[in-house]
Design a protein around this ligand. Structure first.
Ligand SMILES: *Cc1c(COP(=O)(O)O)cnc(C)c1O
Length: 367
């Protein structure tokens, strides 16, 4: 007998994050991972620094103060909040808790990649439902529910497309699911959404026994490095997650920074305003350059390239990289003619817009 992992593990294509450096380039413009260009709240950074003399202490395994702060800020029941080392950990724990070999995990075709990765790791089968106009299609999802379906993941807004489902459509999705299926609403970008018909999903969690909402501190709170996410759950699901998670899965630094970040409402408002301003500016500039930016309610834009015979997304990715600008290639998401660009600082956003305009005009010259 040789040493062998469980069936399926070696078939999992590892998640590849956005690139963060270019050899030989000192100042890299990082627009590949949807990070907050304004950084974290100074109050969160101070709370993090204040812990440096307590590194020998175990964290509060119940994340009590953080759950309390979240509950107060969002008017939720603290007992049904479970914190994780990023929402990625919670995605993996939910799949592990509810699905295994022979079970199906449903997601939309261009949904966040971690759903299918987590399903495969658990030995379950990921099932992709087609989308309509790069937006999750409720009827297509419901049509793929079988007796084996255990979870449905919906990123709302979705990464990488930037599209979202109105609250009424999410209710229709949940209404069409059998009771044995857990609907996971991944609202990583909820704070950026300004549309009145959007809801992150806490109300559905309150109303149903089979809906979970996931949130993260990695995006608008600018704390991606600390790995902090949370789930709002029905009581039974919270009990499952609390059994599965490590007893000290969230560091004290993350908990303290999280509490401070929630309290800094001005920083969040500033980040939201910055994003709205520069997202629409970037979108207009991309259109003017002859590209096709898709509508986005997140902190990033998916942009389509004309492709054959003109050079397409892959050439643009290399062109930007040679200039020290990193954005995300989309082949792994089944969108090879697109790139995903995070809204950066003013300087970064202008730099990527200028470079893509040059790229397109050079392509036009040589055509
Ligand atoms: C960034 C992102 C997450 C958050 O990941 P963390 O593990 O919390 O950093 C979750 N879901 C989606 C759709 C995302 O884009």
């Amino acid at each position: 007998m040789t040493l062998t992992p469980r069936p399926g593990i070696l078939e999992v294509a590892p998640y590849v994050g956005g690139e963060a450096s270019v050899p030989g380039v000192n100042r890299v413009v990082r627009l590949a991972s949807n990070e907050n260009p304004l950084g974290a709240s100074p109050r969160a950074a101070a709370a993090y620094s204040a812990l440096k003399d307590d590194l020998h202490r175990y964290p509060d395994g119940g994340a009590t103060a953080l759950r309390q702060a979240l509950a107060e800020a969002e008017n939720l029941d603290a007992a049904r909040i479970v914190c994780g080392a990023g929402s990625d950990e919670l995605i993996a724990l939910l799949v592990r808790g509810y699905a295994g070999p022979g079970d199906e995990v449903l997601h939309s075709a261009h949904g966040f990649l971690m759903y299918s990765i987590a399903a495969r790791i658990a030995g379950a089968t990921p099932v992709a439902a087609p989308e309509r106009d790069l937006t999750a299609d409720v009827e297509a999802l419901l049509a793929r529910v079988t007796a084996r379906t255990r979870l449905v993941f919906l990123a709302n807004p979705n990464n990488p497309t930037g599209s979202y489902l109105r609250a009424a459509r999410v209710r229709a999705l949940r209404g069409g699911l059998p009771e044995h299926v857990l609907l996971v609403l991944d609202a990583a970008y909820a704070e950026y959404v300004e549309e009145a018909d959007y809801a992150a999903g806490a109300d559905l969690v309150e109303a149903c026994d089979n809906v979970v909402m996931l949130r993260t501190f990695s995006k608008i709170h600018g704390l991606a490095s600390l790995r902090l996410g949370w789930a709002y759950c029905p009581r039974d699901v919270a009990e499952v997650l609390n059994r599965l998670r490590g007893p000290f899965n969230v560091t004290q630094a993350a908990q303290a920074a999280g509490v401070a970040a929630i309290a800094d409402k001005d920083h969040v408002a500033r980040a939201r305003r910055h994003n709205a301003t520069w997202r629409s500016w970037l979108s207009e500039r991309l259109s003017a350059a002859g590209l096709h930016p898709y509508p986005s309610v997140g902190n990033f834009i998916l942009v389509g390239f004309p492709g054959e015979p003109e050079p397409g997304a892959e050439a643009a990715l290399a062109y930007l990289k040679a200039r020290g600008i990193l954005v995300r290639g989309m082949a792994g998401y089944g969108l090879p003619a697109c790139l995903r660009i995070t809204v950066g600082t003013e300087e970064e956003t202008r730099a990527v817009a200028d470079a893509l305009a040059e790229f397109m005009s050079e392509a036009g010259d040589s055509a």
